[in-house]
Design a protein around this ligand. Structure first.
Ligand code: AMP
Length: 441
């Protein structure tokens, strides 16, 4: 197996040799230094969601398979080829969630969230699972931050659903992304468009790839999403939905665009943009970051006015968006906007075993109980090696627990910045903490 190490994610090429120390293909370990960056990003997500009045929802990692079959659509790639479905010991068919919208709709209905004030604004953050061919930016377990607004068809909410993730991208320092938007109509106008697509593609069926030929029979709109080179010239001349939108959809879409203008959000209307889920109606959008290459979508979403009803609820219009967190981190890395983790311990406690180690352990415990990060040696290393360790961690101070100082109830404190040293009283640890200027809590 060849492994390409990007800073974050390892992409395996070819079949990996299975050993106990090999993680499943398409998954990632997030190591402590990178976990700091994830935490920073998560904080930004929570801050932006707070400003827009969203509450967090946490749904199960697995759901009944039928929820996704009905919700996402039987003829979509996700349901046909990508779900991690298993039968549990009670013979139930369950599926690791491939996306967050259907679970949120299920939870909205099950917990009767629609009985309160509308719209209901919910956001989620967590792992999703799809059996896809792994490559840079495409994994089998990946993380999505997403949100859903249920209970209103106000086109302003479509515009705000684009504004919120852009706020997040900007808060991260990302620029150069592009918003693509389209309307794919509603159950009123889509059948006519579907028929027009069939009329257009049918005479050219033989020139289409195998998947497109089957899409033509099952879900012709999905043809527009094909990435196969040979299909592109045919797709390029296909009829566009804009000619088929009903008056209501046309009006809704033009209002969405007006609100985007008011919010000063630039966008490209892409009449060929369709999404891989059947539940979308009217507005669909995608945010792209070109430097990511083939997997350039850093977020996507749209309106789904029929899904709540499809899942057994009252007609409830809704709109939502999902951000691919790994891809966002890759985009930030491409722009060199990630920085390094700057965290370091306040002090490294150097000891020489025996009594000095006992005292260092007592002092370390005292600091840590107060939320202050201190480190000490657990390998019985020499003083030189312990100093090296303190330097490597960029510890701001070292506390040297020498036998002589200890006998006098003192510890030698060295400021690693300017090299100044001073003896401090070990009976007055609170004063020592103040002297070191710690306020890490
Ligand atoms: P989707 O749920 O397919 O609309 O995807 C929403 C966003 O999730 C995409 O724009 C990507 O940023 C991200 N995403 C989707 N699938 C994957 C995957 N297999 N690996 C990593 N990120 C993904």
């Amino acid at each position: 197996m060849v492994a390409t190490i990007t800073r974050f994610f390892t992409i395996e090429e070819g079949e990996p040799t299975m050993t106990l120390a090999t993680r499943p293909r398409g998954t990632n370990d997030i190591l402590p230094a990178d976990a700091e960056l994830w935490l920073e990003l998560e904080e930004k997500i929570r801050r932006v969601c707070h400003a827009y009045g969203f509450g967090e929802i946490r749904t199960p990692i697995f759901e009944h398979t039928e929820l996704f079959q009905r919700g996402i659509g039987d003829t979509t790639d996700i349901v046909e080829k990508e779900m991690y479905t298993f039968t549990d010991r009670g013979e139930r068919s369950l599926t690791l969630r491939p996306e967050g919208t259907a679970p949120v709709v299920r939870a909205f209905l099950e917990n009767k969230l629609g009985s309160g004030p509308l719209p209901v604004k919910l956001y989620y953050y967590g792992p999703m699972f799809r059996y896809e061919r792994p490559q840079s930016g495409r994994y089998r377990q990946f993380t999505q931050f997403g949100f859903e607004i249920l209970g209103s068809d106000d086109p302003l909410l479509d515009a705000e659903s684009i504004a919120l993730p852009l706020e997040l991208y900007e808060a991260c320092g990302l620029d150069g992304f592009e918003v693509e938007i389209n309307s794919i109509g509603c159950p009123e106008c889509r059948p006519a468009y579907r028929a027009a697509l069939v009329d257009y593609f049918e005479p050219q069926r033989d020139k289409l790839c195998q998947s497109c030929q089957s899409r033509l029979d099952r879900n012709p709109l999905r043809l527009l999403d094909c990435k196969v080179k040979g299909c592109q010239p045919i797709i390029a001349s296909a009829p566009t939905i804009s000619e088929y939108l009903c008056a209501d959809c046309t009006d809704h879409f033009s209002q969405v665009l007006s609100y985007l203008d008011v919010l000063e959000i630039s966008y490209n209307v892409n009449p060929r943009l369709v999404r891989g889920f059947d539940y979308y109606t009217r507005t669909v959008f995608e945010v792209k970051y070109a430097a990511l290459g083939a997997q350039d979508a850093i977020g996507a979403g749209g309106r789904y006015d029929g899904l709540v009803e499809e899942c057994g609820g009252q007609p409830t219009p809704a709109v939502g968006f999902a951000v691919g967190v790994e891809r966002l981190l890759l985009a930030l890395k491409a722009q060199d906007k990630l920085g390094e983790s700057k965290k370091s311990p306040l002090a490294y406690l150097i000891h020489f075993g025996g009594e000095t180690k006992l005292e260092a352990a007592r002092v370390a415990h005292y600091f840590r109980k107060r939320g202050i990060w201190v480190e000490m040696d657990y390998m019985d290393r020499s003083m030189r090696a312990q100093m090296k360790a303190a330097n490597r961690l960029a510890s701001r101070y070292v506390l040297i627990f020498g036998e002589e100082e200890l006998a006098a109830g003192q510890v030698l404190v060295r400021n690693m910045g300017d090299g100044q040293q001073e003896l401090k009283d070990l009976q007055q640890l609170d004063e020592l903490i103040t002297a070191l200027g710690a306020c890490e809590k």
